[in-house]
Design a protein around this ligand. Structure first.
Ligand SMILES: *[C@@H]1O[C@H](CO)[C@@H](O)[C@H](O)[C@H]1NC(C)=O
Ligand SMILES: *[C@@H]1O[C@H](CO)[C@@H](O)[C@H](O)[C@H]1NC(C)=O
Ligand SMILES: *[C@@H]1O[C@H](CO)[C@@H](O)[C@H](O)[C@H]1NC(C)=O
Ligand SMILES: *[C@@H]1O[C@H](CO)[C@@H](O)[C@H](O)[C@H]1NC(C)=O
Length: 510
């Protein structure tokens, strides 16, 4: 009986343990059910049909608004292909060597699978100008999905094109949800730029996902889960842009490693919810690094950016959750900088919620508050540190040159951390509080001597009044006792007095 009860309770215990996982297990089973992918049907639109299409759809107008305008569009629309009411899963069929299209548009899919080699057969000389994925709820990309081996051999029509060696294709993802960008998803020399935009999301950018040469790589108005290590290894481009991006996971060490950016790395209006780890960018180079109006909610590690810079680093209007003055220790001057050039480090209107000042032993030998990379000139304006100003907290080693530009929270400030009014400069605070005075404080002396003066004058006036009062009282007493003998009047005085009295009497008698 006892053993039965025992077994019973073990059974219930097991059930209780397993119970929470049961729905997940069935969910996974549902996921694992074989999905039949229908090949997606594409149609060519050109000539009169293209003109009608552009006239009828704002989306088409936007697609064809570039220069040169689209000429032959190959459109693959899942909604036009759906067989039943059920949302079907589609596979993008490989484009054939005979495909002739200036623009390829793939849109409105629930699930779409892009297998390896889908674009491989496209012939050089007939490469499309744009390939656009629009509104795809679950886009699955395989490695080498965008392998485009051929490069346009047609003489470049644009004489102003500074990048004739790059392929012509601009690849866009708009409103697409992509679980992962696998290794080598982009490959070959056919692509000119890649852009993720319009509320797209990418779960993870896998190692070696982007390792090609491009004019521009852009993430805009999108969400990124995380960059895996070496996600951008060996990528070369002119511009690397993150604008209005929310990154949900931490930025892994070596996430961007070996990235060569000829012009600008610009990260703006973006939010990083988790820490930026050390060497998030490493062994990389750029002409310019710009961080503008970003929020880094968690910490940013020392040496997060190990980057050779040619001309400038700008950090303007950012909010950092936690930062130490060693952030810039990983920056170096690029060996391509002219021997006498001085790259600038522009730091304007940034806010640090928590400043982690390294131990004094580490600060020894650093002559300035921020670790400034060698041969950089610094332009620091309005750095707000959201910590209470005290003589201690404002005593930053090596910050003397920026005492007017570094601000701490004003004691008893009523408005919030984001209000500039809540802040007081180190210089003003330390003067006001006399943090640097060695002997007795000047302000204190002034206050005390003023008090003393007031007391003295008050005492004098009081004494005088008291003296007068006492004297009067004494006289009154003497008068009362009739002990005061008026000085005898002269005859003339008596006459005048009498006259006055008579007149007075007469007057009062009237
Ligand atoms: C930023 O991106 C989100 C989508 O991720 C979008 O909803 C929002 O409108 C964008 N903000 C701006 C200012 O464009
Ligand atoms: C991130 O920080 C910003 C500014 O400090 C704040 O407004 C926002 O609520 C924070 N977000 C999260 C998820 O903590
Ligand atoms: C700069 O350094 C890199 C390696 O660190 C090297 O490949 C490159 O040739 C150098 N450039 C110049 C101009 O010295
Ligand atoms: C950097 O500055 C040092 C002196 O501080 C100078 O000797 C060196 O030549 C400079 N290097 C460059 C690349 O400007």
């Amino acid at each position: 009986m006892a053993s039965f009860t025992g077994r019973c309770s073990v059974f219930w215990l097991l059930l209780a343990i397993l119970h929470p996982f049961t729905p997940v297990a069935t969910g996974e089973q549902e996921q694992l059910e074989p999905l039949s992918f229908e090949p997606l049907h594409c149609e060519r639109i050109d000539g009169e049909a293209l003109r009608r299409w552009i006239a009828s759809e704002p989306g088409a107008r936007r697609l064809c608004s570039g220069t040169p305008s689209c000429d032959r569009v190959l459109m693959c629309d899942c909604q036009k292909t759906t067989i039943s009411d059920q949302q079907a899963a589609f596979t993008l069929p490989p484009f054939e060597a005979t495909t002739v299209a200036t623009d390829i548009l793939i849109r409105n899919c629930g699930q779409l699978h892009v297998p390896t080699g889908t674009f491989r057969a496209l012939r050089s000389g007939f490469l499309p100008r744009t390939v656009r994925f629009l509104n795809i709820e679950q886009l699955t990309l395989e490695s080498f999905a965008f392998e485009i081996t051929s490069q346009s051999r047609v003489p470049n029509p644009d004489p102003r094109d500074r990048h004739p060696v790059l392929g012509p294709i601009e690849l866009h993802f708009e409103r697409c949800h992509i679980e992962e960008l696998p290794a080598n998803v982009f490959h070959g020399a056919g692509l000119r730029s890649i852009q993720f935009s319009s509320a797209s999301s990418i779960g993870v950018v896998r190692p070696l996902a982007i390792g090609i040469r491009l004019r521009q790589l852009t993430f805009r108005d999108s969400a990124i889960g995380r960059f895996a290590r070496h996600a951008f290894k060996r990528a070369q481009m002119e511009e690397l842009l993150l604008q209005n991006v929310t990154m949900h996971d931490s930025w892994t060490s070596q996430g961007w490693q070996g990235v060569v950016v000829a012009e600008t790395i610009r990260i703006s209006d973006s939010t990083f919810l988790q820490p930026i780890l050390p060497a998030a960018i490493t062994e990389s180079s750029t002409n310019e690094l710009v961080l503008q109006n970003n929020v880094f909610n968690a910490s940013m590690a020392d040496e997060a950016f190990q980057l050779a810079v040619t001309s400038r680093v700008s950090m303007i209007g950012n909010v950092f959750g936690q930062l130490s003055p060693n952030l810039f220790r990983g920056l170096t001057i690029s060996n391509e900088t002219a021997w006498n050039a001085q790259p600038t480090l522009v730091l304007e209107r940034n806010q640090i919620d928590e400043l982690v000042v390294p131990g004094s032993s580490a600060a020894v030998g650093s002559s300035s508050f921020f670790h400034i990379p060698r041969n950089f000139t610094v332009n620091l304006q309005s750095l707000r540190i959201a910590e209470l100003a005290t003589c201690d907290s404002t005593n930053l080693a090596g910050a003397s040159q920026w005492q007017q530009e570094i601000f701490f929270l004003r004691p008893f400030a009523v408005s919030g951390h984001d209000d500039p009014e809540s802040y007081i400069s180190i210089e003003e605070f330390r003067q006001q509080e006399g943090c640097d005075a060695t002997g007795p404080d000047l302000v204190l002396i002034i206050v005390l001597s003023t008090l003393l003066g007031v007391t003295l004058i008050g005492g004098l006036i009081g004494g005088f009044v008291f003296y007068r009062h006492q004297k009067k009282r004494q006289r009154m007493l003497l008068l009362e006792q009739g002990l005061v003998h008026p000085a005898p009047r002269t005859y003339r005085e008596t006459q005048i007095m009498l006259k006055l009295e008579t007149v007075g009497t007469l007057k009062t008698d009237f």
